[in-house]
Design a protein around this ligand. Structure first.
Ligand code: XIL
Length: 448
């Protein structure tokens, strides 16, 4: 290759350095500005807000007014770095210019409030909409990665179509679990007719955001079409093997893990009397794992369940299953602990439980974390929830083979909880407006 003259290579190098942030931006970054909004201090009746403005356009900004409105009764009492009103901040003479790519920080205010302290839904700079406000810390995916773990979230097509949700998830999650679209009812609604449209969309969205994908789930008693449940035993076995071959085959090399079998045990540790169990008996689990290994030899194969997070009859049963798989050479690489928890309900034995599975020679992962409370949420409950999230993160961090934590969606706007547990909710690290909750800061703190 021809050597570039020295001066030109310098120019190129500096061009690359300036262009790099733009190259990582997504198509949705067409806006001219990016706002970071954080609440460094909140004493219950008042708070300090901090704002920074990044000029994401190619041109210098010379003179600016930032407009916003608070969703609650927040009232700005004094501010700095700008001339503040209740709905705007205008440049001072010394910071009216923001160079392309530059970030102006040092803008802030004190305000009073009561009730919820949600951030403004949007910010406009000189009338133009800026990108959604982002939390003021490093993304959880980066914090977790620095500790050798991943942080992930479930994702569904409706959540992907919600731009704010997609952008938040792209920022925070390094791993995506497909929430519904790889389940049997989605992938094989009638026998032998496979559709991968939804799953492929989520997979493509994850790849675009630099995320790895967990497949969920091949064999389960829920969200499985009636035609499967109605099959006689001999045909049911073949349908299961065909389904695994087709679905895990389609995503071979694309997902790094599969929840092969989901929720095969009752809370008392006996086998769940699902149609699988009743027609095929105990052996269907091992058959499913062998079929998954054949279909995708590189994917990590997980057994996944809920109410198995601490020591107890149900986790004992899963433990015995994994032990017998290991003894018999049935392929299993990991155990997923869903961790759909109740406020204040993180089992004290969680770390110990994760560790005993790890000691069997499998990876462990928190796969569907959410911590629900009776609505409405209040600051006391949110503080308890934050402590709970921190405790779960620390349990995983304490176990070398705990590979990561996935929450079941990121924002309360998309949580499955209110529809399944009436009167319950507010279970996730971000609220309905995508504002980070104390739970988010607890996760960030645990990973830091
Ligand atoms: C839930 C989805 O989030 C909902 O959208 C759907 O209606 C029902 O299933 N355990 C699991 C997940 O393994 O697949 C479930 O997901 C939540 C409980």
């Amino acid at each position: 290759m021809k050597r570039l003259p020295h001066v030109l290579s310098l120019v190129l190098a500096s061009t690359v350095a300036v262009a790099a942030p733009a190259a990582t931006a997504t198509a949705d970054d067409a806006g001219q500005c990016k706002i970071t909004y954080s609440v460094p201090n909140d004493w219950g009746s008042g708070f300090t807000g901090a704002v920074s403005i990044t000029n994401t356009s190619g041109m210098a900004i010379d003179g600016w007014t930032l407009t916003f409105s608070f969703p609650g009764n927040q009232r700005i009492t004094n501010g700095w770095g700008a001339t503040w009103t209740q709905t705007s901040a205008t440049a001072m003479s010394w910071n009216r210019t923001i160079a392309p790519g530059a970030t102006l920080s040092g803008l802030g205010f004190n305000a009073s409030y009561s009730g919820a302290n949600s951030p403004p839904a949007e910010f406009r700079l000189n009338g133009q909409l800026c990108n959604a406000p982002t939390p003021g810390t490093k993304p959880l995916r980066d914090l977790a990665a620095a500790r050798g773990k991943y942080f992930g979230s479930a994702m569904t097509v409706p959540e992907l179509e919600d731009t704010q949700n997609r952008e938040l998830t792209a920022r925070e999650a390094g791993v995506i679990t497909v929430g519904n679209e790889m389940k049997w009812e989605a992938t094989e609604p009638s026998r032998g007719q496979f559709t991968f449209t939804g799953g492929d969309r989520i997979w493509a969205g994850a790849v675009a955001a630099g995320q790895r994908v967990r497949g969920h789930t091949l064999v389960w008693h829920n969200q499985t079409p009636q035609w499967v449940q109605d099959l006689p035993a001999n045909q049911l076995r073949q349908a299961m093997l065909d389904h695994i071959a087709a679905v895990a085959g389609h995503y071979r090399g694309k997902v790094f893990a599969w929840d092969v079998v989901n929720e095969a045990f009752e809370d008392n540790g006996t086998r769940r009397q699902s149609f699988w169990q009743q027609k095929l008996g105990d052996g269907y689990l091992a058959e499913a794992f062998r079929a998954a290994r054949a279909a995708d030899p590189d994917a990590k194969l997980y057994y996944n369940d809920y109410n198995t997070d601490g020591l107890g009859a149900k986790s004992d049963a899963v433990y015995e299953l994994v032990k017998s798989f290991k003894q018999q050479g049935v392929p299993i690489d990991g155990v997923g602990f869903q961790s759909h928890l109740l406020l204040g309900g993180v089992p004290a034995s969680m770390r110990q439980n994760l560790q005993r599975f790890a000691d069997l020679g499998v990876d462990v992962a928190i796969t569907e974390l959410d911590i629900r409370m009776t609505l409405p949420a209040d600051s006391v409950k949110l503080a308890t929830q934050a402590a709970d999230y921190g405790a779960v993160a620390r349990a995983c961090l304490a176990v070398t083979r705990c590979v990561g934590i996935t929450t079941w969606s990121l924002s309360d706007k998309h949580s499955w909880i209110p529809s399944v547990f009436p009167g319950q909710g507010a279970a996730l690290p971000f609220d309905e407006t995508f504002a980070p909750k104390p739970a988010y800061r607890a996760l960030a703190g645990a990973f830091s």
